[in-house]
Design a protein around this ligand. Structure first.
Ligand code: SF4
Length: 274
């Protein structure tokens, strides 16, 4: 039986009609639920018998969860860091090497990598963020930002991932921005963001630095006159020199999780998250 290793692999098998017969709002939501182990592939009534025979009930047999996948990916990439010249990598990625560890700023906070692959940070980072940071240290070319912003769909494989990126990154972040009024303030204060001249007529334009060579522009348009709000993320034109498309997607998902946690903590008036 063939392996399905990502939500997108599952999504590609589906009809894409968003017919809702499975009870999910979209095929993408169904694919994500299958990947998380919450639904069985066979619960889509529109799958052909050939596809079912080929892929079977992945969730029933593998019981693989996203978290297990991330843990495995984290361990693999830490092993790969052990072969990296950290002094050279520090220069390339805009970090600092002190003879023992490489320190790089992640959202303005210190993130340290030892030669044995162990990590420590002044910020609570989840594997969705740590893995792309390590990928950047291993593979990033270190190209400086150009100052030219492009949307996710204009990346070389952006169109393939666009739907998933919207579902997992832009829409959840918009929801946080709509309900948690302190989000942009915290982006500036807690995550060392910088407010810039408004881009694309947005009401809020903030640049964050997930990595020194990888800026991220967050643009938010407030709701007005019956129009819903919207939020979009923009990347520097050089981003693919520094991160793979998987890592760009992962870092977006990881940031959303961090902001969600911050919003929840803030609701409880507890801002000791960092
Ligand atoms: S039933 Fe199948 S085709 Fe219809 S929305 Fe669900 S996953 Fe998509």
């Amino acid at each position: 039986m063939s392996e399905l290793n990502a939500p997108l692999d599952i999504y590609k098998l589906l009809e894409g009609s968003n017919c809702r017969e499975c009870g999910e709002a979209t095929c993408l939501a169904f694919a994500a639920a299958v990947f998380r182990g919450q639904r069985l592939l066979s619960e889509c009534p529109r799958l052909s018998p050939e596809v079912l025979e080929k892929y079977g009930d992945q969730t029933g047999e593998s019981k693989k969860t996203i978290e297990e996948d991330m843990d495995r990916a984290m361990e693999e990439i830490r092993q790969r860091v052990r072969g990296v010249d950290l002094a050279e990598a520090a220069q390339r990625v805009g970090g600092h090497y002190n003879g023992r560890s490489l320190t790089v700023k992640v959202l303005g906070k210190n993130f340290r990598v030892q030669a044995d692959g162990s990590l420590s940070a002044d910020i609570h980072v989840n594997p969705w963020v740590s893995i792309p940071v390590l990928d950047h240290i291993i593979n990033g070319r270190g190209t400086p930002p150009s100052g030219k912003w492009i949307p996710f769909r204009e990346l070389s494989q952006g169109r393939t991932w666009q739907g998933l990126f919207e579902q997992r990154c832009e829409k959840p972040l918009k929801k946080i921005a709509d309900t948690y009024t302190g989000l942009f303030e915290d982006m500036l204060e807690v995550f060392s963001g910088r407010q810039i001249e408004k881009h694309f007529d947005s009401d809020v334009s903030i640049v964050l630095w997930p990595l020194p060579r990888v800026p991220l522009l967050v643009c938010y348009w407030k709701p007005e006159e019956g129009m819903d709000s919207s939020l979009h993320l923009f990347f520097d034109r050089t981003v693919e020199d520094n991160l793979s498309i998987n890592s760009i997607f992962s870092i977006g998902s990881g940031l959303v999780r961090m902001f969600e946690l911050l919003a929840v903590k803030h609701e409880g008036r507890d801002r000791t998250y960092f």
